[in-house]
Design a protein around this ligand. Structure first.
Ligand SMILES: CC(C)(COP(=O)(O)OP(=O)(O)OC[C@H]1O[C@@H](n2cnc3c(N)ncnc32)[C@H](O)[C@@H]1OP(=O)(O)O)[C@@H](O)C(=O)NCCC(=O)NCCS
Length: 174
């Protein structure tokens, strides 16, 4: 099977993924397990909203990638000092709890599309709810991915933060 020039749509999870019918392997067992065991219930209970990337031409339930976002708060002390001024003690955030794509489609821009989709959603949310930025917990191997898109690493952790103003400016430029 070729995934060259893979076209995708990103939509909310609208079925319960099952390992037999919807195998997914991103190379990280926690992230695989989340999709198959917890994503559907978390999505329906509202603890997270899960978005999936699928191929639009095949009415496909073949999940190429996914991310989960939730409301969150960061303690102001976790932010780099340069970003603390004027922030409340509990800094309101949107958290990308998980983001992954299948090994079979790695390196074709799907990770970037998922990330940008989550950032765009955050801009929309920020019109209705106070949001200072997006936070994400990176796996060691994906630290470079978040750094590439301007996320700032929080001290002594693999957590990242991207200010909402930076995100808005990024979309204005594109
Ligand atoms: C991290 C991940 C989502 C990247 O997905 P991907 O589809 O390979 O990434 P893309 O093809 O969209 O890459 C977009 C850009 O990011 C870069 N990039 C991708 N992964 C990277 C990494 N780990 N470190 C540094 N840069 C990376 C690519 O080189 C590309 O740059 P370019 O546009 O200059 O060529 C994917 O590797 C993955 O699912 N990993 C396992 C799960 C994981 O670690 N998730 C994140 C933490 S929850």
């Amino acid at each position: 099977m070729s995934f060259a020039n893979e076209k995708i749509i990103i939509k909310q999870l609208d079925f319960r993924p099952k390992s037999k019918n919807h195998p997914f392997d991103c190379g990280n067992s926690d992230l695989n397990e989340y999709l198959l065991r917890y994503a559907w219930s978390n999505h329906n209970k509202g603890y997270a909203k899960v978005y999936i990337a699928v191929n639009p031409t095949k009415a496909s339930r073949n999940i190429l990638g996914y991310y989960a976002i939730s409301a969150a708060a960061l303690n102001i002390d976790a932010l780099p000092e340069s970003l603390r001024k004027g922030q409340p003690k509990q800094v309101p955030c949107v958290k990308i709890g998980r983001l992954a794509n299948a090994i079979a489609v790695r390196g074709k821009g799907i990770g970037r599309k998922l990330l940008f989709h989550a950032l765009y959603q955050t801009v929309e949310i920020s019109k209705m709810v106070g949001v200072s930025g997006v936070t994400a917990d990176a796996k060691i191997e994906s630290i470079g991915f978040y750094e590439k898109y301007g996320f700032l690493r929080l001290e002594d952790s693999n957590s990242f933060f991207l200010p909402i103003e930076t995100i808005k400016q990024g979309f204005e430029k594109s």
